[in-house]
Design a protein around this ligand. Structure first.
Ligand SMILES: [Fe+2]
Length: 175
């Protein structure tokens, strides 16, 4: 991931944008060992605050810039049945802008994060490697720290656009 220099000829066929939200496009499943994907971020598009399901996550910017904001895990200040209710705003740990060809790494021991394309004029594209692969993660409410399960979905696989129905059923908190 570090040594690769972004060349649009390599990844253009996977980079499928949506007008409304960022998209996640599967490139390779690594024989079940990892998921490699290309994410496409229109102007102002961003993810929810999420964890990484006990996996390693490496992200490299292929085009444009992305802002990564890292948060601490919420404290369990009040017990509920699912033990996830906190009603405390998530504490920001740090914030970095990543330029084309820069990489960042995160796993659950480093906290949670949100990724955004804060540019009003330029789209962004990023390459993500998750190992082991996962199909659900958690998303968090910034104001309350409350968490909810989120299914990982793909806008396209292997450079082929998926059927419209699948694309339209994405959950709003999908990240
Ligand atoms: Fe992430």
């Amino acid at each position: 991931m570090t040594s690769y220099k972004s060349n649009p000829a390599d990844w253009k066929k996977f980079a499928k944008f949506d007008r409304y939200r960022y998209t996640r496009n599967l490139v390779d499943e690594g024989n079940g060992r990892f998921n490699l994907m290309v994410l496409c971020w229109g102007e102002g598009h961003g993810s929810a605050i999420h964890d990484h399901a006990n996996a390693h996550c490496v992200m490299k910017i292929l085009q444009g810039k992305l802002c990564e904001t890292r948060y601490a895990w919420p404290n369990l200040t009040s017990e509920t049945e699912d033990n996830t209710h906190t009603l405390e705003e998530l504490r920001e740990l740090d914030r970095n802008t990543l330029d084309t060809n820069e990489i960042c790494y995160i796993n659950d021991s480093m906290g949670l994060h949100r990724v955004e394309n804060s540019s009003a004029t330029n789209p962004a594209v990023s390459l993500h490697l998750y190992s082991p692969p996962f199909s659900t993660c958690s998303v968090f409410n910034k104001q309350t720290g409350q968490k909810s399960a989120c299914k990982v979905t793909f806008w396209s696989k292997y450079g082929e656009r998926r059927n419209r129905e699948i694309q339209d059923t994405r959950s709003p908190e999908d990240n």
